[in-house]
Design a protein around this ligand. Structure first.
Ligand code: NDP
Ligand code: 8X3
Length: 250
């Protein structure tokens, strides 16, 4: 029987590539996202390998209903990939939009928790499963304008470690994946449709590609059941560390 993987946010970027990689390997995918046209496009491509569910992960009631109402053949989720997420804005804390902060918290933190809570009981009952959370290097390293986005990804890291602690004895694996700069729709979303600004982010260097992250997740999923990758931080080779800043008065 095919293994089943639930991926949140398959309408672009990492999620879409992960759906392709897992489908190529014979998995059945449950793919979610808000944009129906993009879900339909991916369904046309992956056909019977993909079951799509239009879902906003911020909608608690809808998340639990969606998981409860999955067709019988998709109910036994072997792998959950909490991928849906976003950054909004790059302003410093003083000028940042409070509503942007709330949307990031509602999506990257609360949405991830709702989906995890809805899927976990069945994994625990079966004493089997693997939860991937897509964190970010922004959860480890501060940068200007990273403020709440980075903080949501620190939450993802610490929640992943604590989840793993709570799940001892269940055989369920938990892995936090922390990518650096990757060319997806991430920057278009962050710059709120300012295409020029979004493209500039990826100019002049080779960023990570969605397929890089998809292959890393798939590789980790294929490790033997006794191997748990807790955290993995991945950057494009040209991205590294800036050091600490000293603001001098003269
Ligand atoms: P994209 O913008 O390309 O994809 C984001 C996906 O998340 C889309 O499918 C989008 O679907 C979905 N999504 C966003 N909000 C919601 C919501 N409220 N409900 C349901 N789905 C939602 O970006 P990436 O592929 O880059 O991002 C995927 C994850 O990777 C995110 O968690 C991001 O923070 C993280 N990340 C990205 C990095 C990068 O540089 N690109 C680096 C490190 C981490 P839809 O709009 O259709 O709802
Ligand atoms: C996205 C990576 O460095 O733009 O999570 O914050 S970064």
């Amino acid at each position: 029987m095919s293994k089943i993987v639930l991926i949140t946010g398959v309408t672009s970027g990492f999620g879409k590539e992960m759906a392709r990689v897992f489908a190529n390997d014979g998995y059945k995918i449950i793919g979610t996202g808000r944009r129906e046209d993009k879900l339909t496009q991916l369904k046309e491509e992956l056909k019977d390998s993909l079951h799509v569910v239009k879902l906003d992960v911020r909608d608690k009631k809808a998340v639990f209903e969606a998981i409860k109402n999955l067709p019988d053949s998709y109910k036994t989720i072997d792998i959950l990939i909490n991928n849906a997420g976003l950054a909004l804005g790059l302003e410093g804390a003083n000028n940042a939009d409070l509503e942007d902060w709330e949307i990031m918290i509602d999506t990257n933190i609360k949405g991830l928790l709702y989906v995890t809570k809805a899927v976990l009981p069945n994994m625990v009952k079966r004493k089997s499963g693997h939860v991937f959370n897509i964190g970010s290097i922004a959860g480890n390293w501060p940068y200007e304008g990273g403020n709440v986005y980075g903080a949501t990804k620190s939450f993802v890291k610490q929640f992943s470690l604590n989840l793993r602690t709570d799940l001892k004895g269940t055989n369920i694996r938990v892995s936090n994946i922390e990518p650096g700069m990757a060319k997806t729709e991430f920057s278009n979303v962050r710059s709120k449709g300012d295409e020029k600004k979004a493209q500039k982010v990826y100019e002049g260097y080779q960023p990570l590609l969605a397929e890089d992250i998809a292959n890393i997740v798939w590789t980790i999923a294929k490790f033997p059941a006794h191997v748990n990758v807790n955290n993995i931080e991945v950057m494009p080779t040209c991205q590294s560390f800036g050091g600490l800043v000293v603001e001098k008065s003269n």
